[in-house]
Design a protein around this ligand. Structure first.
Ligand code: MSP
Length: 508
């Protein structure tokens, strides 16, 4: 089944930062891994461009809203290639095609009486762009934005979300993998243990003009979440585009915990009302802090992906993000942690292993892959560990356990480095009687490097491409084809490439 993977569409009231970059990198690595694992994959991202927040941000910048959203959306689009994130589609909620689909869905749901008009008074958080319940407040404030919500009383349209509550509970209970990691599934079930209110899905034009007009009442625009969530189907040709059925059947959404409720409650009930099957899975990750503090403009500690890439390169940033955070839990960024990963894991462990091995092949084997003799137990142990690593890596990647998958790879990197020390090829090279043994040791190392390279492709596409080229290989197409020993052709040349991960000095 094709993986159709989405990121949230990001609000254009802020420029891309570390948190957005993490989501984008995870999504990209997961799609690349799916392809390596033999599946087709389609990655979609985009920008969310309607609502109060955007109007305010444009006003603060002193720019016309349309010009403002065009500019910030373009910045998101430009940020991803810097990180080697390659989406197959980029949706904007101001795209006419998206607007048309939102209106079509509203009309359908309205016609079947799942939308009604009513008075409403509630507590509105502008940061969340939604009404909060009393229970959600902490000391009278929104726990995420630390601001008191506004009291808003007006007439609005409502989606009969409550109608689908029991269906949703039953569905989540019957499908344990629907929302993962499990902590978030439990959070949603606990929220659903209280009666669900209907969802207010409109804003009067008098209060907000920057939105999609309701097709059945032009005095109102669509509430931003009812507009934004629909990107996941409008972007792939709902309702009758040729790719829609195939892609929707494999839909998986990736988000952070901040937008769990819209994705785990609003969206499945909306899909139910639309007559569509639920998405297959919701993957929820934690939050990045910076030096143990919340990242925010006012604190002035916002980390920009382009600066990280300029300092460390895209491969190292991707590696850091996937290795440092346990998927689902919060993590803290610091330049020191980034530098440590770069210098210790990448320069010392991986980079040295690669350059040492290839240099020895150049110096002791004429720069060609040597033909191995029989493996002794030490060689066999490295061979077994390398192949077992590929299986283990595949299982962990399939489970979205990126950190653990990389730990499994580094276990073999460490093992291969120790194998060099214990077999001391430079000693074998001095003794003509050990020619066969030397060839076996070097071949075993190169085969192990091939396995490591394959596993790193989804995480560090450029570096892994260079590593493959050094071994005289094209990047691996299928992981399953790599899970064998002795795939390198003896006699074929290796290339001593550039130093992949030079050590970086810390900034003062
Ligand atoms: N526009 C909505 C989403 C609509 S999806 C139909 C939105 N946009 S957002 O710009 O605020 O992006 C929120 C997402 O950005 C999070 O879910 C997460 O993917 C990413 N992150 C933003 N800050 C983050 C951190 N500090 N840490 C990790 N991810 C974070 O919500």
């Amino acid at each position: 089944m094709t993986l159709y993977l989405t990121t949230p569409i990001f609000y254009v009231n802020a420029q891309p930062h570390l948190g957005h970059a993490y989501t984008a990198v995870v999504a990209d690595a997961a799609s690349r891994f799916a392809r390596l694992d033999g599946r087709e994959a389609f990655l979609q991202t985009g920008t969310d461009e309607h609502g109060d927040k955007i109007v305010q941000a444009a006003a603060a910048a002193g720019v016309d809203v349309r010009a403002y959203v065009d500019e910030i959306s373009a910045r998101f689009r430009a940020a991803w290639p810097l990180l080697q994130v390659e989406p197959d589609n980029f949706v904007r909620t101001t795209d006419p095609a998206h607007v048309a689909v939102v209106q079509q869905i509203l009309q359908k749901v309205y016609d079947q009486d799942d939308i009604y008009f009513s008075d409403y008074a509630g507590l509105y958080c502008k940061g969340c762009e939604r009404f909060l319940t009393e229970k959600e407040l902490v000391e009278g404030k929104c726990p995420d934005h630390l601001t008191p919500p506004e009291k808003v009383a007006e007439q609005n349209y409502f989606f009969r979300m409550g109608r689908y509550q029991q269906w949703l509970i039953d569905y989540i209970k019957a499908n344990p993998d629907f929302i993962t990691p499990e902590r978030y599934r439990n959070e949603v079930l606990s929220f659903l243990s209280e009666p669900l209110e209907d969802l207010c899905i409109s804003r009067p034009v008098s209060r907000l003009h920057w939105g999609i007009p309701l097709p059945f009442d032009q005095r109102f625009v669509t509430y931003v979440w009812f507009d934004a969530l629909i990107n996941y189907v409008s972007g792939i040709g709902y309702p009758d585009g040729p790719d829609f059925p195939r892609l929707w059947a494999g839909a998986e959404h990736l988000i952070a915990k901040d937008i769990l409720k819209p994705h785990a409650i609003f969206w499945p009930t909306m899909l139910k009302a639309m007559g569509l099957a639920p998405y297959r899975r919701l993957h929820v990750h934690g939050y990045w802090n910076v030096n143990e503090t919340k990242m925010s403009k006012s604190i002035g500690n916002v980390i920009r992906p382009e600066e990280m890439v300029a300092d460390f390169g895209a491969d190292s940033v991707r590696y850091f993000l996937l290795r440092e955070m346990s998927f689902g839990l919060d993590s803290s960024y610091s330049p020191e942690a980034m530098l440590a990963r770069r210098n210790s894991d990448l320069a010392n462990d991986l980079g040295n292993l690669f350059s040492r091995s290839l240099t020895m092949v150049k110096n002791f084997a004429g720069g060609r892959i040597p033909a191995p003799g029989p493996l002794n137990p030490d060689d066999q142990a490295l061979a077994d560990a390398s192949l077992a690593m590929l299986g283990d890596y595949r299982d962990k990647m399939r489970a979205w356990a990126f950190r653990q998958a990389l730990e499994a790879v580094w276990e073999v990197v460490g093992r291969a480095n120790r194998y060099i020390v214990s077999n001391a090829p430079w000693e074998l090279a001095k003794d003509p009687g050990q020619e066969q043994r030397l060839a076996t040791v070097l071949n075993t190392l190169l085969e192990s490097l091939r396995c490591i390279t394959c596993a790193l492709q989804p995480v560090m596409p450029t570096a892994a491409g260079k590593m493959a080229a050094s071994l005289g290989l094209e990047p691996a197409v299928r992981l399953a084809d790599q899970e064998h020993w002795s795939l390198l052709a003896p006699g074929s040349p290796i290339q001593l490439g550039e130093n992949l991960f030079p050590r970086i000095k810390g900034k003062k």
